[in-house]
Write a protein that binds this ligand. Structure first.
Ligand code: PLP
Length: 443
């Protein structure tokens, strides 16, 4: 019998050749680690709507959707039009313009906790500056982050992302920097409250996402409790909405769960398909970055996206998509939620039919697939995912098999977009059913 790896290789000779070239000039052949998977990733030539095509002409239903950024699907006409219009006037000026004001006004109008914004070009920058602002505002050092939480690759937050959690994620980061980054477990209310209280008057901020790793939903009142306890400690509550912003509603996760963070970070959907990040929040905190206030040197906060911040194409594309989301919110988000639910239950059912235990976590249009090691495994955070489920099977075997059946997944699932039709969902579930049968037959 031909193995799933052989099938993958037979379908993708062009990608194999490109990977060989890539590995000669880039570490691991990629510019961002999650884009590599063994034996080599598929190389794309085109994307449109819910579909992507690789260099060998294979078509896939995409669930990765540009790191979850394309909520309306790849390359929507709205985006193409705005980018073409903007490019005709010059892609990058490096001088202020009205488009950035207009988008900032929209964000402040729609998201009540956001009184001021600063745009940059990535989520990594946004979280890095949020931490700096929090430390400057409080005059404190310690930061609490969730174990497993990914807030980009900034030195202070790239800690305890993968197991084993107590080994540094990266060389080249000073232990002195890491010393002040402490960790909590998502959904562990008691442990989180205890950690906040233990940090006490050292605590500058808690940074957390509205959903857990692999899109595990928050337990009822968990996030509200974290917010309240953070405030009680006199620290800054940072909600990292790089994934959830625009994705779970125009007001993101804070709208869905009734939160009012002191600072919010956004990226991905925010840019409407272009590179864009943002820190926003309470005026009092954000104004520490105001160069016109005349704060003495060392009191103001240096922050900003630098050379390419607030580029006209990113501002106009982001605003156009954000306005579309706002206008269509009443239909769009319930529809995305229904699509997400359909795939989650469909994939679970496909595996149940063959006696393999699978659990699909998710909120709205986001979902992931987990292979629990036992039927009744209690899974609610990264450590329970890593110890009580078979992560390797999902990330290697399930991924390649789904690719062989024409579906591109990440962490077993991904982000469904408005461009995913009911027929696409049928095909995703049918692919999962075919994969389930193969896996059961080869067990
Ligand atoms: N925060 C969260 C929650 C993310 O998921 C990511 C990226 O995946 C980041 C921050 C970093 O964003 P970027 O990749 O744009 O630097």
């Amino acid at each position: 019998m031909v193995s799933f790896i052989e099938t993958y290789k037979q379908r993708t000779p062009g990608s194999a050749a490109l990977y060989e070239r890539a590995a000669r000039v880039m570490p691991g052949g990629v510019c961002h680690n999650p884009r590599f998977y063994p034996p080599y990733p598929v190389y794309l030539s085109r994307a449109e709507g819910s579909r992507i095509w690789d260099v060998d002409g294979n078509e896939y239903i995409d669930l990765w959707m540009g790191h979850y950024s394309h909520i309306l699907g790849h390359n929507p006409e709205l985006l193409r039009t705005v980018i073409a219009e903007t490019a005709a006037q010059g892609t990058h000026w490096g001088i202020v313009h009205e488009h950035q004001i207009a988008y900032a006004e929209d964000l402040c109008r729609v998201i009540p906790s956001v009184e001021r914004v600063r745009f940059g070009v990535s989520g990594t920058e946004a979280t890095m500056y949020a931490v700096r602002l929090a430390r400057a505002y409080t005059g404190r050092k310690a930061i609490l982050k969730v174990r497993g939480g990914w807030h980009g690759s900034g030195s202070e937050l790239v800690k305890a992302v993968h197991s084993p959690m107590d080994i540094p994620e990266s060389a080249g980061i000073l232990p002195e920097v890491m010393e002040y980054t402490k960790t909590i477990s998502f959904n562990d209310t008691e442990g989180t409250v205890a950690a906040i209280r233990q940090c006490g008057s050292d605590l500058a901020a808690v940074i957390i996402e509205a959903v857990g790793q692999n899109f595990v939903p928050p337990h009822p009142n968990y996030l509200e409790t974290v917010q309240a306890e953070t405030r009680k400690a006199g620290a800054v509550f940072i909600l990292d909405e790089v994934i959830t912003g625009g994705r779970l509603g125009p007001q993101g996760g804070q709208g869905l769960y009734g939160l009012s963070p002191d600072l919010t970070t956004m990226g991905k959907v925010l840019g409407g398909g272009m590179a864009l990040g943002m820190v926003g929040g309470r005026k009092e905190i954000m104004d520490l970055a105001d160069p016109t206030r005349g704060l003495p040197k060392g009191r103001g906060v240096i922050m900003g996206g630098g050379t390419f911040s607030a580029m006209p194409p990113a501002m106009r594309a982001g605003k156009a998509i954000f306005n579309y989301l706002e206008e269509h919110a009443a239909d769009l988000y319930p529809s995305l939620q229904a699509k997400g639910e359909r795939v989650r239950t469909g994939v679970e059912e496909a595996f149940r039919e063959v006696g393999i235990s699978v659990r699909c976590f998710g909120v709205g249009s986001l979902y992931s697939v987990t292979f629990p090691k036992s039927e009744d495994a209690d899974i609610y955070d990264i450590e329970t995912i890593e110890t009580r489920s078979d992560v390797r099977r999902r990330d290697h075997e399930f991924r390649l098999r789904m690719l062989n059946h024409g579906v591109y997944t990440m962490w077993g699932g991904g982000a469904i977009s408005d461009a995913h039709s009911e027929e696409d969902l049928d095909r995703i579930i049918a692919a999962a059913r075919a994969v389930a049968r193969e896996m059961a037959a080869e067990q």
